[in-house]
Design a binder for this molecule. Structure first.
Ligand code: GLC
Length: 592
């Protein structure tokens, strides 16, 4: 079968791109479909799996408006007007080498940049579109320049490509407010062949390592021949990696999943239990991916570093986004954060790159674990007051325990399967200090069971919870001198969840320890086994950082497994409480 020919085009009298007569044969079943089908070839996704950290770049003509990449839609800018804005695109300070230098300094192992976003503008020289950077004031192949800079530095580069296209006359539907853009004559099938030509062009011309699709949700896979496109790309470049959005996120079709702006509670797995590849794409700021001139809110570097650790500990990658300015410069907020992450990785990179997920389901302190060969890396994020940590249920014999940054050996003791490690007085790094535990064989740990202590009291600290969230996650764990709390809890969709087991049925008093100091009250509820057990309102504590324990009420619980969720339902003054823990305490014998 012969692929669609890429037709030569003469633009501005100059022959720009010619792959006419190119014959590409579909060799059915050879490279199509899933990776690793050929057992003699190493998994083509292995480098991606090991990379752990990539840089996402959203950059286009929308950057000039300074209201993120959806500007045309959000501000309802008519197409002719937007096309004029596009012509003005003139990033005179664009220095792709500087971008790649910054990426390397940050410690990222690959870059993904928007070749064409929803607005349809191509930052490269496209033979199939008049709406590209060669037509704008800059008259340069901006993408090609970055590809070259990446090649020189051995930095893999991938392209974001939007299926949705607000510029192409054949793309349907129109935006709801575009009353004067005719639909008559538009042919979505023709759009699909345009898209195929562009994708073929992108792959043949620039050989990207990854194709990162988006903007698929207005159509079904069949409408735009998702499977056909996937096969075409893999035939053109057998080792290409494709995200799940080409396939409307259908499991099993793409190479990796793409949770957006939240960290999934537990690592994503395939149906057979094997680890699935996934990559969290995350913005440093809160409003948009493209340059937002008016942005004032940014996640801080410690939070981003801890998120990278958390993701690595769950088996995923982090694709951290920046939206460069319209002139090509990168704003200082992004540069600073990238440098801070890079500085941490320079010392601790061994505990991230190429690592496997944690063998512990839970750690009984604020920390995370990653694994490589016979080494466990314990990332300690809150330095315990007792200056020691316990790794519960480690099955292996321990050979050596030391601090990653200095090599200093640490003493340890064992009680059955629990390993207690003595820590120095002070952490080496308050964001995360890494302790290495070298063991005999492949690290393994027993499942962790949350159950009441000898006194019958069950403590549920937030570091033992799964933090559930979806797109727009705000809440994260942070350490406050001697306690860890769930903080920045501004999205009602974020909540901690604990699974625990009670040896016998009984009546319990439910208590919650939290810090809360703002005027007004936030409301919360406690759910056990999917039923709302009680509702409450936040009471003040000694300070915004210092928690107090409040009794919430009594309840009956049966023996066996339970799931408890603590949810917020309304947030006063944009600041919900900071939760330290929930406690289940056997109710006084006097109660009936
Ligand atoms: C969403 C947005 C898009 C952004 C993408 C990144 O799909 O529509 O603007 O590029 O997320 O994941």
């Amino acid at each position: 079968m012969i692929l669609t020919k890429i037709v030569p085009q003469t633009i501005r009298g100059q022959k720009r791109y010619l792959v006419a007569g190119l014959l590409v044969f579909f060799i059915a079943g050879l490279t199509a479909g899933r990776a690793g089908a050929d057992p003699t070839r190493p998994d083509r996704r292995q480098w991606f799996r090991e990379a752990k950290f990539g840089l996402f770049i959203h950059w286009g003509v929308y950057s000039q408006i300074g209201r993120e990449e959806w500007a045309r839609e959000l501000l309802q800018i008519p197409l002719p007007e937007y096309q004029k804005i596009a012509l003005n695109f003139n990033p005179v300070n664009y220095d792709p080498e500087e971008w790649v230098r910054l990426a390397k300094e940050a410690g990222v192992k690959y870059i993904v940049i928007t070749s064409k976003h929803h607005d349809g503008f191509c930052i490269y020289d496209s033979a199939f579109s008049e709406f590209d950077s060669l037509k704008a004031k800059i008259q340069k192949d901006l993408l090609g320049m970055l590809v070259e800079a990446c090649r020189r530095e051995n930095m893999p580069i991938g392209f974001y490509y939007s299926i949705m296209d607000w510029n192409h006359p054949d793309y349907l539907p129109r935006r709801s407010w575009e009353k004067d853009r005719p639909v008559k004559g538009a042919d979505f099938k023709r759009y699909v062949s345009f898209m195929k030509s562009q994708l073929q062009e992108l792959v043949l011309k620039y050989q990207p390592a990854i194709l990162w699709f988006d903007g698929e949700w207005e159509h079904k896979n069949e409408d735009y021949d998702a499977v056909g496109i996937g096969q075409m790309l893999r035939q053109l470049k057998p080792d290409i990696i494709i995200n799940d959005r080409l396939f409307n996120r259908a499991p099993g079709l793409g190479d990796f999943g793409t949770p957006e702006n939240y960290v999934p509670a537990s690592g994503w797995r395939n149906e057979d239990g094997s680890l699935r590849l996934w990559e969290v794409c995350l913005t440093m700021n809160f409003n948009g991916w493209g340059y937002n001139h008016y942005e004032t809110e940014f996640r801080n570097a410690p939070q981003l570093i801890r998120q990278l650790i958390e993701i690595a500990g769950k088996g995923g990658n982090l694709l951290l986004n920046i939206g460069p300015r319209p002139d090509g410069k990168i704003q200082s907020e992004f540069v600073e954060r990238l440098r801070q992450i890079g500085a941490w990785l320079k010392v601790n990179g061994e505990a991230i790159y190429g690592c496997q997920p944690s063998v512990f389901e839970r750690l009984p302190f604020f920390g995370r674990c990653t694994v490589k060969e016979n080494r466990l890396y314990i990332h300690i994020m809150g330095w315990p007051v007792e200056k020691k940590i316990v790794l519960p249920g480690l099955k292996n014999k321990v050979q050596k325990v030391y601090l990653l940054a200095t090599g200093e050996k640490l003493s340890y003791s064992r009680r059955e399967k629990d390993l207690t490690i003595k820590l120095p007085e002070e952490p080496l790094d308050r964001v995360a200090t890494v302790v290495v535990v070298e063991v005999e064989g492949t690290p393994q740990a027993e499942p962790y069971k949350l159950a009441p202590g000898a006194d019958g009291i069950l403590e549920l600290p937030v570091y033992l919870a799964e933090i559930r969230s979806q797109m727009g996650q705000r809440a994260y764990l942070d350490y406050f001198y001697r306690t860890t709390m769930l903080t920045n809890w501004q999205n009602v969709n974020d909540y901690p969840e604990w699974e625990f087991e009670l040896p016998r049925a009984g009546r319990y008093e439910l208590l919650a320890s939290y810090a809360y100091q703002w005027g007004g009250k936030s409301s919360f509820l406690v759910e056990i086994d999917d039923k709302t057990i009680l509702r409450g309102q936040s009471e003040p504590s000694p300070s915004i950082y210092f928690p107090a324990t409040h009794s919430l009420g009594e309840l009956e619980l049966g023996a066996g497994k339970h799931v408890l969720r603590f949810k917020i339902t309304s947030i006063a003054n944009n600041n919900a409480l900071k939760l330290e823990k929930v406690i289940l305490k056997p109710a006084a014998a006097a109660s009936p």
